[in-house]
Ligand binder design. Structure first.
Ligand code: COA
Length: 335
């Protein structure tokens, strides 16, 4: 990195709720089919929370797993950064509730709202706090509960079938090995496409009040997506930003040991992989079993790959995402 001290990922953790929801189950609620969903997205099933589970519950489990691996407790953490588009309440942000749950005393906590690229934005925030020397340990977590936000009806089927619930976390600390750390972090946004994938209401853009019965009737509280437009932008921006990160750090595609792509659609990831000529064994997808868990998807992939030994200490890992905003980015890390 061009500035500060090197930063390592000292612990990874993930959690998904136990309830498996198959495509056939969704087909009972809307006009869709297992065949359509698998063919268009690669998704076979996803996980949904039960009624007693909140975003904080999911995030806490992922955080505790990452903290255990790094050998720290809540009292040791200097800053919590939560990436989410699933607010526990309208305000304060999810980080307030999680900070309390983790026993972080009065240590600072903030939310980052960058949707499916949220984890990468939050990672960059955390990394900068450690590299600058302001903090020693920053916990970064992505968490989503989509199952309470999508519309389980034919009107909302294009979005509803794609998303699932989950959480993934990493702990950041100063690097301890030579060459360890972040080689590059590239982030982008393009707000002119904000309404191509968004939830319009409730929102303070709406006068005289943030949501009305008419708006609810119209379904403005549900996500709306121009699927083809999102697809086209994702398959362009993801390879572009990976190449940008590689160029900045002076490494080649072949130097990268492992690629983790945001899990939005298997076809997007296959397309990105083939454009960059990445061998399939250097990538990992779990969208088949979890669907798209937005800010949680990349850290869940990372935690699973670390746990299964696919990613080892010393590996050069590229993590890349694209999502609503539009936002996109990549992180290149020597693990
Ligand atoms: N089940 C069955 N049919 C569905 C459906 C569903 N769940 N959702 C949409 N359809 C229908 C559409 O209404 C359309 O019908 P029509 O031709 O009669 O109008 C038809 O299927 C084809 O829709 P289309 O949007 O052209 O399909 P697609 O090949 O683009 O695939 C997506 C749809 C959503 C899977 C795809 O566009 C996509 O993955 N986009 C990116 C989404 C994404 O990644 N979002 C998150 C970014 S973080």
């Amino acid at each position: 990195m061009k500035y500060g001290r090197a930063v390592k990922i000292s612990g990874t953790g993930m959690y998904v709720p136990p309830r498996v929801v198959t495509n056939d189950e969704l087909a009972k609620l809307m006009d869709t089919s297992d065949e359509w969903i698998q063919q268009r997205s690669g998704i076979k099933e996803r996980r949904y929370v039960d009624d007693d589970t909140s975003p904080t519950d999911l995030a806490e489990k992922a955080c505790l797993a990452a903290m255990e691996k790094a050998g720290v407790t809540g009292a040791d953490i200097d800053l919590l950064v939560v990436a989410t588009l699933s607010p526990e309440h309208f305000f304060p942000g999810n980080s307030a509730f999680l900070q309390e749950r983790l026993g972080m005393g009065t240590a600072p906590a903030m939310d980052v709202r960058c949707q499916c690229t949220g984890f990468l934005y939050a990672l960059n925030v955390g990394e900068l706090f450690v590299s600058s020397g302001q903090y020693e340990r920053v916990l970064v977590v992505g968490v989503e509960i989509h199952s309470r936000g999508v519309e389980f009806a034919t009107r909302g089927r294009d979005v509803a079938v794609l998303f699932g619930d989950g959480a993934g976390a990493v702990l950041l600390e100063p690097a301890t090995e030579e060459n360890q750390g972040f080689l590059s972090m590239r982030l982008h946004a393009q707000g002119k496409h904000a309404d191509k994938l968004w939830v319009d209401a409730p929102g303070m853009a709406h006068a005289p009040t943030m949501i009305t019965n008419d708006m609810l009737e119209e379904g403005m509280q549900f996500p709306k997506m121009d699927g083809r437009f999102v697809f086209k932008n994702a398959v362009t921006r993801m390879p572009e930003v990976i190449r940008e990160g590689l160029a900045e750090s002076n490494v080649s595609i072949d130097d990268v040991d492992f690629f983790l792509f945001h899990q939005a659609n298997m076809r997007i990831n296959e397309f990105v992989g083939s454009q960059l000529k990445v061998p399939p064994e250097k990538t990992y997808n779990n969208i088949q079993k979890y669907g798209n868990s937005s800010a949680a998807s990349i850290p869940i992939c990372l935690a699973e790959c670390v746990d299964s030994g696919k990613i080892k200490r010393g590996d050069l890992v590229a993590m890349t995402g694209f999502g609503s905003g539009f936002t996109w980015g990549t992180a290149l890390v020597r693990f």
